[in-house]
Write a protein that binds this ligand. Sequence first.
Ligand code: URA
Ligand code: SF4
Length: 191
Amino acid sequence: MNKKEVIERIETEIKNCKKCDLCKTRIKPITDGGNLDAEVMFIGEAPGYNEDLTGKAFIGKAGEILNKLLKSIDLPREDTYITSIVKCKPPYNNDPTDEHITACKPYIDRQISIIRPKVIVPLGRFACAFIFEKYGLKKERISEVHGKTYTVNSLFGCIKIIPQYHPSVACYNVNMMDTLLEDFKAVRHNI
Ligand code: URA
Ligand code: SF4
């Protein structure tokens, strides 16, 4: 099977997945991540209202901010792969639980090993904690690690991890946009 076929198989499994209770309330899980040859992979938390309707990550308000951040570093969205650690929307915009994250983990693990990104950008504290644990990095608060670059080894070579605050923080706090713009420069420096 080639890369596209493997990814499509994972997407079909996600569409049919009933491994946690979020399957009961979701409309569409996140499947369409974008460019399968992406060097940079962005990983969010879980779908929100708009993502649930479409099955595509970061297309609502947080997505508009992510688009601005991508533009600021001249990185076309079509060149990236964008997904989330939890594929189905938690009800009432609750945070995903440990059970949801653990049940959904095999999908993101497989997506990373197929896409083989050079740079992984976890967005927000849940994705950052998940990626730090996956690659054996010391657990730290996002306020300590945002915008820094960590180099880790994986089965397919070295990966740069560049944690970021979740783009939605800029919806409520304009100063956070400046922090995000500054922190995203580290992504540009590593591609
Ligand atoms: N928040 C996320 O983490 N992902 C989305 O796709 C939308 C909001
Ligand atoms: Fe399956 Fe993940 Fe959706 Fe839970 S969140 S039902 S594990 S795809």
